[in-house]
Design a protein around this ligand. Sequence first.
Ligand code: ZN
Length: 312
Amino acid sequence: MEERILGLHHITAIAGDTQKNYDFYTKVLGLRLVKKTVNFDDPGTYHLYYGDDKGSPGTILTFFPWTNVRPGVEGTGMATAIGYSIPVGSLNFWTKRFQENNVIFGKPGNRFGEVYLPFKDPDGLSLELIMPDGPDARKGWHTNDIPDNAAIQGFHSVTLTLNDVKPTGAILTDIFGYKLYKQEGRFYQYKTDAVKEAALVNIIEIPDGKRGQVAGGTNHHVAFRVPDENTLMHFRDKVVKKGFNITPKIDRNYFYSLYFREPGGVLFEIATDNPGFAIDESPEELGLNLKLPEQYEDQRSAIEQVLPPLVQ
Ligand code: ZN
């Protein structure tokens, strides 16, 4: 059977202040910091991974926090909204929680029969809490002040804003195995039935939209999920055959990755389930210790001095 992408793996965005980022995602939203490491291409910067208890693919939002980063500009050629699933009936809990924590949020809306609540993180990154119209069996991370029946369950969707839906839509359908699922005006929703959750990609088409600028408070890339390295290389062949440039396989310690710039301008990554976040920390200790890839371990004390303090 033809291999298909297993929905979203992770999304990576750019933040400013590390502590504010940590406090927002772990305390206000109640996600688990599952890995504290550095940007492998810039080891003086953290790379923080937030997700469910294990950091399951389809729940992982990661950040490169750069203190005093210039703010980015939302526009075309980028992912412009991250959608999280929340349990049915939990919208009031979240609205109240956002009010109490001075989170910037908008009015709840309805898209294709699903209620969503748009909000911003401290750097202005656009996110949504969405009550899916079907069951979402995933269990969110447990914290003291967020009841289990309100905990964020993982990604529902990612939204890309593009000048032209067609070339990117073709990547999703012809290479990744998604199908155009719903459409209303310039809003297109693609879905894969290879997985039940984190299975949606939205595209907003704005033909004359201005190009966005990736910097603070914007998304850097969107990673799609494959089970293993064999499948990863199979997708590499498929992307190459369509005439796109794609990187060789890169070892990201917690997964193996390929990157390519899709024709609409968004940086896409394909990432494996293996080996996962428990490769260098026990499941109980995930996110508590600064983990460095082997190539930086001998620079640990210098790196620790450069990284901003983070109180957990
Ligand atoms: Zn990535």
